[in-house]
Design a protein around this ligand. Structure first.
Ligand code: 13P
Ligand code: SF4
Length: 304
């Protein structure tokens, strides 16, 4: 089979088997091409609500499929590659969060959506990179315990000086790979390019960027800008997608090491095999699902 043959077969199977295919923006190009919807983690969480299909295939990492199960238990949810997890989501244990909550008893717990369902049960609200400032500006608590990504947390803190933030020391191992030297080198080689960065980047990268936003935010910014050259400070899949979507512009990686191994696990073949029914349904324990739902519902209520 060629890539095109397999894509055609997936398009046929997803109709035949009533499957909605969702792909995170970091997915491979050939996977994005067969998806019904591609977006950032906030958009993916909201997308299923009005969909007609009874099966949902998530091409992304585990917490994204869990979020769909939390919000839409009537759907059958499948993760295209069952080994694809987000290392950051596993960084904080529930016992550690319990200890942090005891240390900061007046703080609202804001959990990045990149967390396990078990951790979400202990949060007051979930946030994503595109929605965190909007959501946290509306909660009444003056103190916020932001977990687990300290880089995103500190980025949000800058926009909300009226709040007092406390942090856990987690972060994305992919985004940690780029630093000040990468910024200097990329600026030297591409002096006319704007630097667009994800808020999971180190503070020195975010501070040097011309724009900081979610994966969808970065893509929208580049597409709508009158500028012609961009250095992309996030997973290099975004460089490739943008290059296809805007062939008249030029996109450069901030670092050649910007590869999320977990996002890259999902292949077109995984999507094909999942469409043939070769994946197990993801179903959370009902108690955990309901307890985790409170913080996700609040995210959507405040995030719009
Ligand atoms: P987005 O919210 O931008 O999709 O980010 C999710 C993620 O895992 C980035 O590393
Ligand atoms: Fe997790 Fe980082 Fe990969 Fe995003 S890029 S899924 S935060 S490891």
């Amino acid at each position: 089979m060629t890539i095109r043959d397999m894509q055609n077969e997936i398009l046929r199977l997803k109709k035949q088997n009533d499957i909605l295919i969702l792909a995170h923006s970091y997915q491979r190009r050939e996977v994005v091409e067969v998806a019904d919807f591609t977006g950032d983690s906030y958009a993916l969480a909201c997308r299923v609500a009005n969909s007609a299909q009874k099966n949902v295939l998530m091409c992304g990492v585990r917490f994204m499929a869990e979020t769909i199960n939390i919000l839409s238990p009537e759907k059958h949810v499948f993760l295209a590659n069952e080994n694809a997890g987000c290392p950051m989501a596993e960084q904080l244990e529930t016992e550690e969060l319990a200890a942090l909550k005891a240390r900061y008893p007046h703080a609202a717990v804001a959990a990045y959506i990149n967390t396990t369902a078990a951790l979400k049960t202990m949060a007051d609200v979930c946030v994503t990179s595109s929605s965190a400032v909007k959501i946290l500006s509306q909660i009444p608590e003056k103190e916020i315990l932001f977990v687990p990504d300290i880089n995103l947390g500190q980025f949000v803190e800058k926009s909300l000086p009226e709040k007092k933030f406390y942090f856990a020391h987690g972060g994305c191992p992919t985004h940690l790979r780029a630093g000040e030297r990468d910024v200097e080198e990329a600026r030297r080689v591409h002096p006319n390019a704007l630097l667009l960065a994800h808020p999971e980047c180190r503070p020195c990268v975010s501070a040097a960027a011309d724009y900081v936003g979610s994966t969808s935010g970065i893509m929208d910014y580049a597409k709508n800008s009158v500028e012609k050259e961009f250095i992309i400070g996030t997973d290099n899949s975004i460089v490739e997608h943008l290059q296809y979507e805007c062939p008249e512009k030029r996109f450069y990686p901030l670092s050649k090491d910007f590869e999320c191994h977990n996002m890259r696990l999902t292949t077109l073949f995984d999507v094909y095999a999942a469409c043939l029914g070769e994946r197990s349904e993801l179903v959370l324990d009902e108690k955990i699902r309901l307890a985790a739902k409170r913080s996700i519902d609040r995210m959507i209520a405040l995030g719009g």
